[in-house]
Design a protein around this ligand. Structure first.
Ligand code: DX5
Ligand code: ZN
Length: 234
């Protein structure tokens, strides 16, 4: 059976004065996950929200929260984010010297661990933690802001991760984040992505249902003609 592609609207692009309503609206539009970007003003320049806001927002829907920490030393606060209601908790490989420990910690706390890598970060920095994660988030923009242009040069990393997963019998999700619209969703899906994060492409629309559906459909079609597997550790 063909694997479904999931869509995770990033609330970074939502109207922050009405975050609860916006989450309910994308949930109604068929969102599979709610992507929450946490930025600390250090790892990235931007500053967003933290555990108390996530805890309040978590009550607005049953759709799982996919929390993406763009913060320095995430190991110091993963417990607070799991406690706030993160179902999937992703940390940036570049943000900690203790990646292995932090990912194990997230699992012990009861959430699904994820590891994210920036466009310039090679896969060699995460090959030794792939057995610990439920998802690998391949950044398709430099993190910090919504509305940036998709960086297609990172696509070989998706194919290489797919090859590694097959060889090592691992079952993590391959998530892409940044510059995803219905065109780039197809490119990422053809390279193996099965979870699409999209902020401005969704929240710039008047109605969210059609775009969520379009992203999922374009990606599902693209997965029928996959790009060739690459074995390189790029
Ligand atoms: C970027 C964030 C993304 C961002 C994506 O640092 O991690 O989740 O919200 O926004 P768009 O889809 O507008 O590129
Ligand atoms: Zn994100």
């Amino acid at each position: 059976m063909r694997e479904a592609v999931r869509v995770a609207p990033s609330i970074l692009a939502a109207d922050h004065a009405r975050l609860g309503d916006e989450i309910r609206a994308v949930a109604k539009a068929g969102a599979d996950l709610i992507h929450v970007d946490v930025m600390d003003g250090h790892f990235v320049k931007n500053l967003t929200l933290g555990p108390p806001v996530i805890k309040s927002l978590r009550k607005t829907t049953k759709v799982p929260f996919d929390v993406h920490l763009m913060i320095e030393r995430p190991e110091e606060s993963v417990a607070a984010y799991v406690d706030a209601g993160a179902d999937r908790l992703t940390i940036q490989a570049e943000a900690t010297a203790h990646l292995h420990r932090a990912l194990a910690q997230i699992r012990e706390l009861g959430a699904k661990p994820g590891v994210a890598i920036n466009p310039a970060t090679p896969l060699s920095s995460i090959v030794h933690v792939l057995h610990l994660v439920d998802l690998v988030l391949v950044m398709t923009v430099n993190p910090g802001f919504g509305g940036q242009t998709f960086i297609a040069e990172v696509m070989p990393k998706l194919r290489a991760l797919k090859a590694l997963a097959a060889r090592r019998h691992l079952g993590f999700d391959l998530e892409v984040d940044g510059g995803i619209d219905s065109k780039t969703a197809a490119v990422a899906a053809a390279h193996g992505a099965n979870v699409l994060v999209a902020g401005s492409a969704i929240f710039s629309q008047k109605s969210y249902g059609p775009i969520v559906k379009a992203l999922r459909q374009r990606a599902a079609q693209a997965r029928l003609v996959p790009a060739p597997l690459t074995d390189a550790l790029v």
